[in-house]
Design a protein around this ligand. Structure first.
Ligand SMILES: O=C(O)CCCCN(CCc1ccccc1OCc1ccc(-c2ccc(Oc3ccccc3)cc2)cc1)Cc1ccc(C(=O)O)cc1
Length: 183
């Protein structure tokens, strides 16, 4: 994962719980990276260890941490210089989700170490769609649920997410029924 992801985790923890808590989490995770460089590639394991340690220190489940991080990521990337890129990717939640693979392709042109997941929308109705999430990475499904919630906030749209297929239960990929209602 690019360092931007670990930097975002650090920012979320520091802004909500303070520097001291972040230091405890890094210590517990045995991650002795002083400063995460946004454009540096880091082993995914560092991200997983930070989430696991944050879960212990904050007494929240890893699922809760990852969901909160998914929500945080949308606003974080918008304020960390990717706002225009997000704006170009759609004016509504369904439009953005349909353009997500293009967004990743654009980022990947400049940053070849990117290993983006793939998102596909099917069964698009007035207020609902099925979102298919495919990734080489394991265990980030709760983050995707948080990302969709974060998009609901970004587009001032009420969103309800139900997971309809689960890779951990043998499905080929995760699938979600996303019901949305612009406010
Ligand atoms: O891998 C998985 O199975 C799940 C990962 C979900 C994380 N993605 C979230 C995608 C997303 C979903 C909903 C709404 C917004 C989303 O992201 C928008 C986005 C996507 C990528 C970036 C990005 C930009 C630069 C990056 O790397 C840098 C950073 C600074 C300088 C140089 C390169 C890395 C990611 C920024 C915003 C973004 C992403 C972040 C990092 C990577 C990667 O390092 O491979 C791949 C994808």
């Amino acid at each position: 994962m690019y360092g931007l992801v670990n930097k975002a985790i650090q920012d979320m923890v520091c802004s909500r719980f303070g520097e001291e808590t972040w230091k405890q989490i890094k210590h517990k995770a045995e991650v002795d990276v002083d400063v995460f460089l946004s454009m540096e590639g880091y082993p995914d394991d560092i991200t997983h260890k930070l989430v696991k340690a944050a879960s212990v220190i904050l007494s929240l489940s890893p699922k809760q941490i990852m969901q909160a991080f998914g929500e945080f990521w949308v606003q974080y990337t918008a304020q960390e210089g990717y706002g225009e890129m997000l704006d170009m990717s759609g004016d509504t939640l369904p439009e953005f989700l349909e353009n997500l693979d293009n967004l990743h392709a654009r980022v990947g042109v400049s940053f070849p170490k990117l290993q983006p997941p793939s998102f596909e929308c099917t069964d698009m109705e007035e207020n609902s769609l099925s979102l298919h999430y495919r990734s080489d990475r394991e265990g980030l499904t709760p983050m995707v649920i948080g990302l969709i919630k974060g998009l609901g906030t970004r587009f001032d749209t009420e969103v309800h997410i139900t997971q309809t297929q689960n890779r951990d239960e043998g499905a080929e990929h995760d699938e979600f029924l996303v019901i949305y209602k612009p406010n």
